[in-house]
Design a protein around this ligand. Structure first.
Ligand SMILES: CC(=O)Nc1cnc2ccccc2c1
Length: 445
């Protein structure tokens, strides 16, 4: 009797409801709602993507770090109304502790920097690739997990850090064949919003909540945004002033409004001049509407977007100079970005840039009859010790083996037959040129 059932329709896509396990003990073979399996072909694509993340991190001289996916809930309790903190995948563990599957990586980074305290010398440049979780209501069939590449710099107060992070993002895009005509990076600073709020003497403690609301510009209607801002306690003049300044797309216009000695203007001008020197100026553009939806950003913020405007943000980040003090520690200037594994794959598909994901094996070793299974093991073993990827096949018809060799793109087929073996030889077939010859078994490499 079937122990498993894949009862749901074979065309199940991420997030569609799979029926719960049937009552007669038959397990549902689909992964939990909103999560995905990675069968070999999907895993090869993911490994390729993560290898690009790692290579760029190496080029930028970042060190890899890692953290538990499980974190204390306290690390993510924030009152600014962010979507990410309203969808915590949280629960109480058997010890009565409030824990979460982390929704983002930055607070864990901050926790480790604090824990390492005096024993680390600044600046720190750390990266990680980690799974993040959210608990979405049943209605929105969105995924509940994704993987994020995070790059963060601690201890660099000047915009050099943001310039470095932007280079990392551009290096990544260029490595995978994306150009600045496909994608751009919108850059702004939260100090723009701060300046406007000061003009209307909006109290400091409303800053984060206002940023979270304004980040929804483009997703919610303008009236909805205005309503939410008013209900936060802003005057309608302040609301109009905010919306007006945030629609600016030129740095010189911003300078007219905020004045040449304004902090945001100075930072952004410096960053754009760095961009020229790094050679990625045509990738970035000033756009005052960029605020990003995380409460803790305090300065420059940026997000990668597809210029056709079909997709959600590809990546995003910014400066967060005050996060550590929210955990009771001395502040250390910091900035970083997160780069999810989902939108980028959609973009690559659209641009026809998905890499070839077929398998590649060096050698197939195949004993032509049972008596030669021993020698075949010996040959496979010595080839593997020489670094060859070997697929040892048996109990198959030769016709199947040839088909298999094609399917896994083997370079060579090594046939162990009794007549050759009696002479200490094996038959080698080079699959690309179809040439075939005998080799002394001991001289195979
Ligand atoms: C496109 C996509 O999968 N987004 C996604 C999926 N899962 C998440 C989980 C936590 C935080 C953000 C997430 C974002």
């Amino acid at each position: 009797r079937l122990l498993f059932s894949s009862a749901s329709s074979s065309t199940l896509t991420h997030g569609e409801d799979a029926p719960p396990a049937q009552s007669d003990g038959v397990v549902d073979v689909n992964p939990p709602r909103g999560t995905r399996d990675f069968p070999p072909e999907d895993m090869r694509l993911r490994t390729w993507l993560f290898d690009q993340f790692r290579e760029v991190s190496r080029l930028m001289a970042f060190e890899e770090v890692d953290f538990p996916v499980l974190e204390s809930e306290a690390l993510f309790i924030r009152k600014a109304g962010e979507e990410i903190t309203q969808q915590l995948y949280n629960f109480e563990d058997k010890g009565g502790r409030r824990v979460v599957l982390r929704p983002e990586i930055t607070p864990s980074l901050a926790r480790l920097v604090i824990k390492q305290g005096k024993s680390v010398s600044l600046p720190l440049k750390w990266f990680t690739i980690g799974q993040c979780w959210r608990y979405e209501r049943m209605t929105r069939g969105r995924r509940r997990e994704h993987y994020q590449w995070n790059m963060d710099i601690f201890g660099v107060p000047k915009v050099r850090a943001e310039a470095e992070l932007l280079q990392a993002i551009v290096l990544f895009f260029e490595r995978i064949g994306i150009t600045s005509t496909d994608v751009g990076i919108r850059v702004s600073s939260r100090k723009v919003l701060q300046a406007v709020l000061n003009m209307y003497s909006v109290p400091e403690h409303l800053f984060a909540a206002v940023c979270v609301i304004v980040d929804k510009l483009g997703k919610l209607s303008r009236d909805e945004i205005e309503r939410e801002l008013i209900s936060t306690g802003l005057s309608s003049e302040a609301v109009q002033g905010i919306i007006e300044v945030l629609s600016l797309k030129s740095l010189s216009k911003l300078e007219e409004v905020l004045g040449p000695q304004d902090g945001a203007v100075a930072d952004l001008k410096k960053l754009f001049s760095f961009a020229e020197q790094y050679g990625y100026a045509d990738w970035i553009c000033f756009d005052a509407s960029v605020v990003r939806g995380l409460a803790y950003y305090t300065g420059i913020v940026f997000e990668g977007f597809d210029r056709e405007g079909q997709l959600r943000a590809i990546c995003g980040g910014g400066r967060y100079d005050r996060l550590l003090s929210t955990f009771g520690s001395e502040d250390i200037p910091a900035c970083g970005f997160g780069f999810g594994d989902a939108v980028i794959v959609e973009l690559l598909k659209e641009k026809g840039l998905l890499p070839d994901m077929s398998r590649q094996i060096d050698d197939i070793v195949f004993p032509l009859d049972e008596a030669l299974e021993g020698p075949a093991s010996n040959i496979a073993s010595s080839l593997r010790k020489k670094g060859r990827a070997v697929d040892l096949v048996e109990d198959k018809r030769l016709k199947w083996v040839f088909k298999h060799a094609e399917r896994i793109n083997a370079s060579r087929l090594i046939l162990v037959g009794s007549s050759e073996w009696e002479r200490g030889m094996v038959r080698v077939k080079i699959l690309s040129t179809r040439e075939e010859f005998e080799v002394k078994a001991g001289e195979l490499e």
